[in-house]
Design a protein around this ligand. Structure first.
Ligand SMILES: CC(C)(COP(=O)(O)OP(=O)(O)OC[C@H]1O[C@@H](n2cnc3c(N)ncnc32)[C@H](O)[C@@H]1OP(=O)(O)O)[C@@H](O)C(=O)NCCC(=O)NCCS
Length: 208
């Protein structure tokens, strides 16, 4: 029975393998994404470039976009989206994103060995102005944005939202569902809405 199921699934599995290993990386490069060796794609990420913008992925970066590619199941594919001309998204080496959407109007910079849990969101922009009058005039103009910096060895839990201007120093851990804004010292464990430091990791526990 197991064998029969595998046999029936074979065409779909083969199509997924070809898509992930051959077509996906070509489409990513065609969209203007720069990436290092060892890129892992599972399912198709959504990419939006802007003139003069850059999206750069380091070595051994994994983007999990298929719903079943994470035990928690993914609500959306990964998305890397530039919102303004000249915006940047930079992701370092050995990072993994699961159904994560990153939007950058200026800059979102992610270090090395960063893990981003299922269905998290990161944005350096508010997307719309805060004043009702300005929104009526033009809902996409005069939007506040501030760069986001996520340093090495940060681990972001599932469903977190990292807001504009956030700086997560090396080794921070962000709890599931946290709404994060502000600057957080190295090795902080951060949780809640608004996210606060609930603990500081013993430096011994920090991966080297
Ligand atoms: C934040 C986290 C790392 C803390 O783990 P921990 O250090 O073992 O902390 P504890 O479970 O001892 O909880 C400490 C306190 O924080 C609270 N807390 C823990 N996680 C929380 C969260 N995500 N949001 C709000 N509060 C949280 C606990 O209720 C507890 O509160 P109390 O001291 O008032 O009782 C963990 O709870 C978490 O959210 N992990 C992320 C898992 C995840 O999403 N993985 C990615 C899957 S793709």
């Amino acid at each position: 029975m197991d064998f029969l199921l595998k046999l029936l699934r074979m065409p779909a599995t083969l199509a997924a393998l070809i898509g992930d290993h051959l077509i996906g990386p070509v489409l990513l490069r065609a969209a203007g994404v720069q990436h290092g060796n060892g890129l892992v794609l599972v399912g198709s990420p959504v990419i939006r470039m802007k003139p003069g913008g850059t999206i750069r992925l380091g070595r051994q970066v994994a983007l999990y976009s298929r719903p079943t590619s994470n035990p928690l199941l993914l609500n959306t594919p990964c998305g890397l989206r530039l919102l303004e001309t000249g915006a940047r998204i930079t992701i370092g080496d050995h990072c993994a994103l699961s159904g994560t959407v990153i939007c950058s109007a200026k800059s979102v910079e992610i270090g090395n060995h960063v893990l981003i849990g299922a269905n998290s969101r990161i944005s350096d922009s508010d997307f719309h102005p805060l004043s009702a009058e300005a929104r009526r005039m033009d809902r996409n103009k005069g939007v506040a944005s501030k760069p986001v910096v996520i340093k090495d060895d940060v681990f972001i839990g599932s469903g977190a939202f990292i807001l504009k201007g956030t700086i997560l120093e090396t080794g921070c851990v962000v709890g599931a569902g946290a709404v994060v804004s502000g600057t957080f010292p190295p090795n902080s464990i951060i949780a809640g809405n608004p996210a606060r430091v609930i603990k500081t990791l013993d430096v011994q526990e920090t991966p080297l």
